[in-house]
Structure formats: C-alpha cells, structure tokens
Design a protein around this ligand. Structure first.
Ligand SMILES: Nc1ncnc2c1ncn2[C@@H]1O[C@H](COP(=O)(O)OP(=O)(O)OP(=O)(O)O)[C@@H](O)[C@H]1O
Ligand SMILES: [Mg+2]
Length: 386
C-alpha cells in the first residue's frame, strides 16, 4: 500500500506490460494475427514506419515490403519460416508510409498454441538505416585507403624497378665503353695485336648480348602483365637447341664450363626462339650463381610422357626464404644480391613453359648447389605419309 493509500500499479500486470511496449520508441513492436494482419501498434512502430495505429491496425503487414520483395512473396516466406522454426530474423529494405525506404532488422516470433498452430506473430523491427550508412561509409573509406596504399606501393615498386633497371642496363653499357676505349688506346699506341683485338671484341659481344637480353626481358614483362606471349609452335628437337645455347656460352668462358649428356634427340612441340630464351636463362643462372670455373651439368632425358631437361650447378644454392618467389617477377634471393640480374628470367621462362603445357622446378642438389628441371610434353611422332 502506498502512503496515500492507493494501490500501486502492478508492474507484472498486463496493463503495465502494454504501457512498457507502447513507450518503447526505438523498436517497432507489434502483433500480427495468424493471417498476417496488424493487431497492435506501438510508438516505435509509428515513429519508424510513419503510420498511426488507426491507419494500420487491420491491414496486412505486406504493406511494409518493397515491390521486389512482394514479387518474391517474401511476407509469406517469413511467416512460414517463423512458423517452422519458431522465430525468424531478417534484414532488408522496408517501406515507410510516405514511400521512403529504411534498412530494417526484423525478428518475427511465432505464437503457437498447444498443437503448434500459430495464433499470431510478434514482430520487433529496428531501423538500421543510419548504422548501415555509417558502415558503408566506413567500408568505402577503407576501400579508398587500400586503393591509395596500393597505388602508392605501385609507384614505389615502379621507382625501385626503374633504379634497378637503370643500374642493370648501365653495367653492360659501361663494359662496351671500356672495351671500345681500351681497343682505341691499343690502336693509338700501335699495340693492337690479334689477341687484344680478340679479347676486346669478345667482351663487347658479351656486353651487347647482355644489353639485348635485358631489353628483351623488359619488353616481355610489359607484355606479360596484360597478355600471353604469342607462340609459334612446331615440332622440333630440343637437343640441338640446347647445344646451340651451350656453344654461345662456350664462346664466353675459357675453358668451356657447360657439359651436356643424355639423349641424342628429344622431340617436343615448341616455339624454338622462346625455348631458346628459357634454356639460355637456366644455363645463364647456373653459371652466374656458381664459382667462375665451376662446371654445369646439363642433361636431356625422357620420361613416359615428358622430355626433361635438367641444369645442375654447385653454386650458391637456393635461398629458402625466397624459394617460392623465384618464379615471380623481380623475385630474387638474398644470396643473389651480389650478382647482376633483374629477377625476371625465371618469371618469363615459367610463363613461356606454362604456355607450352610444361613446368619448371627448382630443387636443392645433393652435395650442394641447385638443379632446375624443365619438363615439356613429348611430341608424338608425325604420322607417316602413305
Ligand atoms: N642456379 C641458381 N642457383 C641459385 N639461385 C638461383 C639459381 N637460378 C636462379 N636463382 C635464384 O632465383 C632468382 C630469380 O632468377 P631469375 O633468372 O628470374 O633472375 P636473375 O637471374 O636474378 O635476373 P635476370 O632477370 O637477369 O634473369 C635469382 O635472383 C636467384 O636468387
Ligand atoms: Mg636469370
């Protein structure tokens, strides 16, 4: 009993409960009949959806749905889901009385009788439009920051690349200049004998080839970022191609460092110029990444369906940290830092070989060094002409 002798309202009573529901402004809380018609309405529902109780009670709750959701029979579906599962939570666009849309979080609970038949539904709806807009804004901002960071990183990568490329290109140019100047000096002093001329020309040839390889690599890589390399495939023997590559290197090293063993012929379908580029890079790497007088073993063998070319060296070995980046553009091992290179050779080679339906593997060699294996599908012999 209160001091005034009145009965305090029973806060557990039905009236108090109805007052509570009605006072809630942030949630639309209302009941639907089993047929989906609105039975009750609260202040939150009026605020969020724009209808007064008089306007909406008795109407079917499908008036809150967008035409698209109506076409997909969404209202029927959600009541069915709530009946089957007891409750159903949904998010989506809903329509206010004035036709504007809001992003709603909806919870529908089925009110079931003893036999499990719904005698109505309780619906609680929240307007999440602002939260959704804020989230979208946050997402857009995040995406923008990411895009800006990627663009900045691309610029940094380009600058890094340009300085490496410039440095790499300058080395053979300097070598060309020095050899030319040295020949000129010998000539001026009347000391240009056959041996000096020979050495000078050989150095110039090496530098010019290095320059040309670098420029080709840069062109290839520019092309590969947007497309495949065009291939001219034809049935050809890999062994003479390997021999030719070796002879080119033999001209540069004294005594010759590359040894070839294995088959006398191994036929594959290939673009000869491109495969030359692959073999050249593998042999070039093997020579470059090992001692100046160490021998390189090249072998061509055949397996059931493949021709296998292996290039084995006793050099610096694979850098474990960089092992899975060697075939990526600019992927270089730390232990390769003191050797010239753009880190493009294996990337381009890998792409070329892939276009041939083959693959390149890199493995540590027993006893030290590295073995690269190039695997290409064997070419089936041409049918004889009758
Ligand atoms: N035979 C090898 N032994 C040890 N490491 C190797 C060998 N071949 C390649 N690598 C590693 O793989 C990296 C990538 O080789 P890749 O041929 O792509 O580039 P590069 O030789 O550095 O430069 P280039 O673009 O001139 O070929 C090398 O930088 C080196 O770290
Ligand atoms: Mg290389």
């Amino acid at each position: 009993m209160s001091a005034r002798g009145e009965h305090p309202p029973d806060l557990r009573g039905e009236l108090a409960f109805r007052l509570l529901v009605d006072a809630v402004e942030d949630y639309a809380i209302f009941l639907l009949g089993p047929d989906g018609r609105v039975l009750t309405w609260n202040r939150g529902a009026e605020r969020i959806k724009g209808y007064t109780a008089d306007e909406i009670v008795g109407q079917h709750f499908s008036v809150f749905y967008t035409p698209e959701e109506l076409a997909a029979e969404r209202p029927k579906f959600v009541l069915q889901m709530a009946t089957d599962r007891g409750r159903f939570e949904d998010e989506g666009w809903r329509v206010r009385k004035d036709g504007t849309r809001f992003w709603a979080d909806v919870l529908i609970t089925a009110l079931l009788d003893d036999r499990g038949v719904p005698f109505g539904f309780a619906k609680v709806t929240r307007d999440l439009t602002e939260r959704r807009a804020a989230e979208e804004q946050r997402r857009a901002l995040f995406a923008e920051q990411q895009a800006r960071a990627a663009a900045e990183e691309a610029l940094r990568a380009r600058d890094r690349f340009l300085s490496i490329a410039a440095h790499e290109l300058k080395t053979p140019v300097a070598s060309l200049q020095l050899s030319a100047e040295s020949l000129q000096r010998s000539r001026d002093a009347d000391r240009l004998d056959a041996q000096r001329l020979d050495t000078g020309l050989r150095r110039m040839g090496t530098a010019a080839r290095r320059l040309s390889t670098l420029v080709d690599e840069l062109l290839d890589v520019a092309r590969l970022t947007s497309d495949h390399l065009p291939l001219e495939l034809g049935r050809a023997d890999l062994v003479p191609l390997v021999r030719e590559v070796m002879e080119r290197f033999d001209d540069e090293t004294e005594p010759p460092r590359v040894r070839l063993e294995g088959l006398d012929a191994a036929w594959v379908d290939m673009d000869v110029a491109r495969m030359d580029q692959v073999v050249t890079n593998l042999v070039d790497n093997a020579l470059k990444y090992s001692e100046a007088d160490a021998a390189i073993e090249v072998a061509v063998t055949e397996e059931e369906t493949e021709v296998v070319l292996t290039v084995a060296d006793r050099g610096i070995g694979l850098d474990a940290e960089a092992a899975d980046r060697l075939f990526e553009a600019f992927g270089r091992g730390r232990n390769a830092e003191h050797h010239q290179g753009l880190g493009l050779g294996l990337y381009i080679s890998h792409r070329i070989v892939e276009q041939h339906g083959g693959l390149i593997e890199a493995n540590a060699r027993d006893g030290g060094g590295t073995v690269f294996a190039l695997r290409l599908p064997r070419s089936s012999p041409q049918p004889r002409r009758a």
